[in-house]
Ligand binder design. Structure first.
Ligand code: PGA
Length: 235
């Protein structure tokens, strides 16, 4: 089902996580077909993983070619070595870059270098984002105004808690670096993936509550935003 929710925003609901992966992969593949040199800002987290698996299968079957796409890292913890299992860079490599045959990447080390590299690409064509339980985008924690730059941040207790499930008992680093709200909001197209009943309240507020730095995802309204949600997240 497709609903328009105000300026620029399209909300599409699908029955379950598998249908979400299919619908998201359809949109991403259409964008890559329209522009094989697409630059994609790539979220990690649990929500997009079935989508990345679906994309990898389409690549394997020769249905789509990502070899000219540039994958841009969205966020990273601070203070980890390259071989640390919690590195978000390695998670992006495992789940997106390698299985899709992508050779062009922008890694998020230092904000200045990252912003320079993204500017040299001509900006972000497609931002693939998940929705934080506290409304964060990347690690733009509340409050993050629309002009918040790429920067280092301290994670909120909510993000530390929600990230714990990824790392099987290892502590979640408390510092991070994130692509700025300014960069995320300047993407030519944004796809926000939302799955599960635990996201229902924050998704309502994101789409229907006040647009405020206290809920960074609400600032996506007014950009070219497509929200794909399963029925658990948008009943
Ligand atoms: P999730 O994380 O996809 O694992 O729910 C989303 C986020 O925290 O941004």
């Amino acid at each position: 089902m497709v609903e328009a929710v105000g300026a620029g925003v399209t909300l599409k609901t699908v029955p379950d996580t598998q249908a979400l992966a299919q619908a998201a992969a359809d949109l991403i593949c259409a964008a890559v077909r329209a522009n094989p040199d697409l630059s994609i800002l790539v979220a990690t987290g649990n929500t997009p993983m079935p989508t990345y698996t679906e994309l990898a299968q389409r690549v394997q079957h020769g249905e789509i070619d990502f070899s000219r796409v540039t994958a841009v890292q969205l966020d990273e913890y601070l203070g980890l070595t390259d071989d640390d299992p919690r590195s978000l860079w390695s998670w992006m490599q495992r789940s997106f870059v390698a299985p899709l045959g992508i050779t062009r990447t922008v890694r998020l080390h230092t904000p200045e270098e990252f912003d320079r590299e993204v500017a040299a690409l001509g900006g972000i064509d497609l931002a693939l984002l998940g929705l934080g339980p506290n409304g964060h985008l990347g690690f733009n924690e509340p409050p993050s105004p629309p002009d918040a730059p790429t920067r280092t941040v301290t994670l909120t207790p909510e993000s530390l808690e929600s990230n714990r499930v990824y790392w099987d008992g290892l502590p979640v680093p408390t510092g991070a670096v994130t692509a700025g709200m300014n960069l995320i909001l300047s993407a030519r197209q944004t796809l926000l993936l939302v799955s599960g009943a635990h996201k229902r309240a924050i998704l309502r507020r994101t789409l229907e509550g006040p647009q405020t730095p206290d809920l960074p995802a609400s600032l996506l309204r007014g950009t070219a935003l497509t929200v794909l949600a399963d029925e658990a997240a948008w009943a």
